[in-house]
Write a new protein. Structure first.
Length: 485
């Protein structure tokens, strides 16, 4: 019976990010993925600013940027434009690149860090007990099953998660939109302004994301009066017709390289943990593709969970794993609400309501404060985790944009562990933690491995108000980082 510390079921971006982080922290991890190779028909194409920051802290952002384009505008209905150029991030926009590029980058990361990746392995059963989980997987092409033994199992195996089903975790929700068509199209008369383009009449919607200046776009279309099952073939003329009706002009579809029909659901797992089994990514939540949040939410699930599992495996309090559900479940719930609201605004408004929406949207987004808040939420850079009443207001916020003397935080975090950022001019402290010095007048902060602030105050503080107390609360050992090495 092969043994490992963590079995990750599912080798998409969520599973590979999780496996890579666990392996980087010195833990034994095995990925079981039923697909023999990277799925060539993945739907996602947008990598948001916060996810790019996360990828940068793993050395993956720059190579991906070379395989796509950053766009800093989203053109919405009624002539409204969401401006991403003022995002409080190193990445002022959204990266447009096929998900296959992200998949391959994260799989390369996982393998390079020492994760075992087994493709063509389909999980059929699991049984957990007080000490661990036994996972049964059979070769996709036939053969004898293998029983894996692990301390924890993470289901990152998508919306139809077998792990979620076997763990007995409910997945309430409903189907909300059917017969949505994705395609990669070459247009003779596509948008020339750059950025993402979304248009809707209430009867149809069309969305275009440019793949550079090549004339190729990722398109998404929907027609209220042309509803077909997921397995119905996509007629190329259907794509051009709906795009033309939505945008109000013929865009000249010259070529289609790939196309797929699917339906959207809004569902969230009742809980993200059942004993030693946890869920992440689409296995935990699915929602409308409006807003391009799916891949991004899944990767951020992974980086939240990985360091907590790594610490639990090195002897930290088991309760640290429970904070994964406490922090990420509300995020998933909010993403469902935001993407659902956008989807309904695009597909349900007709007649006078549509006219009012087209009138108000440009005016609201013309208010800089409103536009910047919406852009930051879209990009994921305003996410904050809950803090206790007596904690500093910075606790739970992301630390990425704190100016440092020397290297930026995401470069420092290419080594796993907590980072202690001292006040400007404060002396170096006696600790094994990675340290840095602020270049501004802010307080010292203790940064979690996922880039969020765990503590803020004076670096000289001792006792219950000091950073060592907070570190001990998370790790069980105030001198231990997350590496376990």
């Amino acid at each position: 019976m092969p043994a490992t510390e963590v079995v990750v079921v599912g080798g998409g971006p969520t599973g590979m990010a999780l496996a890579g982080d666990l392996a980087r922290a010195g833990r034994q991890v095995t990925v079981l993925e039923r697909w023999p190779d990277v799925n060539p028909s993945s739907r996602a194409f947008a990598v948001q600013a916060r996810t790019l920051e996360v990828l940068d802290s793993r050395g993956l952002a720059d190579p991906l940027l070379d395989k796509g384009i950053i766009t800093d505008a989203v053109r919405l209905f009624g002539g409204a434009t969401l401006d991403l150029s003022r995002l409080p991030s190193r990445y002022r926009g959204v990266l447009i690149t096929p998900q296959t590029n992200v998949d391959r980058a994260l799989e390369g990361y996982a393998r390079a860090q020492g994760a075992t990746v087994l493709r063509g392995a389909e999980v059929t059963d699991l049984v957990q007990d007080a000490d661990g989980v036994s996972v049964i997987a059979r070769p996709k092409n036939g053969g004898e099953p293998t029983v894996w033994r692990a301390r924890y199992v993470v289901g990152a195996d998508g919306a139809h998660s077998r792990v979620r089903e076997l763990a007995g975790i409910g997945f309430p929700g409903e189907s909300v939109l059917s017969s949505v068509v994705l395609a990669d199209v070459r247009l003779d008369r596509g948008p020339t302004e750059g950025g993402l383009t979304m248009a809707s009449t209430g009867e149809v919607f069309g969305f275009l994301a440019p793949y550079g200046d090549t004339g190729w776009f990722r398109s998404m279309t929907w027609d209220r009066r042309h509803q077909l099952p997921d397995d119905a073939p996509v007629d190329p003329a259907e794509v051009g017709d709906v795009l033309g009706r939505a945008l109000g002009r013929d865009v000249g579809v010259a070529e289609i390289s790939w196309k797929s029909r699917f339906h959207c659901e809004e569902r969230q797992a009742e809980r993200y943990r059942a004993g030693r089994v946890l869920l992440a990514g689409d296995a935990a939540h699915v929602h409308s593709p409006m807003g391009g949040q799916g891949l991004n939410t899944g990767v951020q699930d992974a980086v939240n969970l990985a360091w907590k599992l790594a610490l639990a495996l090195t002897g930290a309090p088991e309760s640290i794993v429970d904070t994964y559900h406490a922090e990420r479940y509300p995020v998933g719930r909010d993403v469902l609400a935001r993407s659902g609201a956008m989807m309904r605004a695009i597909t349900q408004a007709t007649g006078p309501r549509r006219s009012l929406q087209n009138l108000l949207a440009p005016r609201l987004l013309g208010i800089r404060r409103v536009s910047d808040a919406m852009a930051a939420g879209f990009a994921g850079v305003t996410l904050r985790y809950p803090r206790r009443r007596n904690e500093h207001p910075l606790v739970g916020t992301r630390a990425t944009e704190i100016p440092l003397r020397g290297q930026r935080l995401t470069v420092l975090q290419r080594e796993p562990g907590f980072v202690l950022v001292r006040e400007s001019g404060a002396r170096r402290l006696d600790t094994d933690l990675i340290q840095a010095e602020r270049a501004d007048r802010g307080p010292a902060v203790l940064v979690r491995p996922d880039g969020y602030i765990a503590w803020a105050g004076s670096s000289a503080a001792t006792g219950r108000d000091g950073w060592r107390t907070t570190l001990t609360a998370w790790t069980g050992d105030g001198q231990r980082a997350v590496t376990g090495r």
